[in-house]
Design a protein around this ligand. Structure first.
Ligand code: XMP
Length: 179
């Protein structure tokens, strides 16, 4: 697998430190007495991020899963976000924190934010690990791990053709592997 990458963009240790800091920012925002918090991870890309993040959050929370497919098959060109599952559970009157791996064009997040808002939550915020600044129109994230250049990245949950999610760093694929 290692041979498939042209460059590591973010090393595992750097990601770990940033996720811990992000958890502190989020914990400060939702005070400890808060009992209405629901995290809504967008699968599959945020799988690794959310599993690391929630274990750093000293807050009582529920999970509501949302499964969206954005890249049909092996491509780096996003299609329309297709809802496969969710949001699961009852999020009415809950403080919902949507979690995604990356804010790119913003199409996925605007779709999910609208779906969640339609169910009458008490509040809606969004946390993303990565953001490609300047690309998304009219969609914002409240918590951002890293701003990155407009390049297709994989690893730490992010995939190409459903591969590389288990790679512990965030890396760029060798261009000849990308169709
Ligand atoms: P949008 O464009 O809707 O994208 O903001 C969000 C979803 O698309 C996926 N995505 C990527 N996946 N490398 C990936 O592996 C990327 O550079 C990338 N950009 C967008 C991702 O699933 C995200 O939730």
């Amino acid at each position: 697998m290692e041979d498939d990458f042209s460059r590591i963009l973010l090393e595992r240790g750097e990601i770990e430190r940033r996720v811990r800091a992000l958890a502190r920012e989020i914990a400060d925002c939702y005070d400890g007495a808060h009992t209405r918090l629901t995290l809504a991870p967008i699968l599959s890309g945020s799988l690794i991020f959310v599993s690391d993040l929630i274990r750093e959050l000293p807050l009582k929370m529920k999970l509501s899963l949302v499964h969206i497919s954005t890249y049909p098959g092996q491509t780096t060109q996003p299609g329309s976000p297709r809802v496969i599952v969710g949001p699961t559970g009852d999020i009415a009157n809950r403080d919902v924190l949507i979690i995604d791996d990356i804010l790119d064009t913003g199409r996925t997040l605007s779709r999910v934010q609208a779906m969640i808002r339609a169910q009458g939550p008490a509040s809606v915020r969004t946390a993303v690990l990565l953001r490609k600044p300047g690309k998304a129109r009219g969609v914002e994230a409240d918590f951002v791990g890293f701003d990155i250049d407009d390049e297709f990245v994989v690893g730490y949950g992010l995939d190409y053709g459903d591969l590389y999610r288990n790679y512990p760093h965030i890396a760029l694929l060798r261009p000849e592997l990308i169709r």
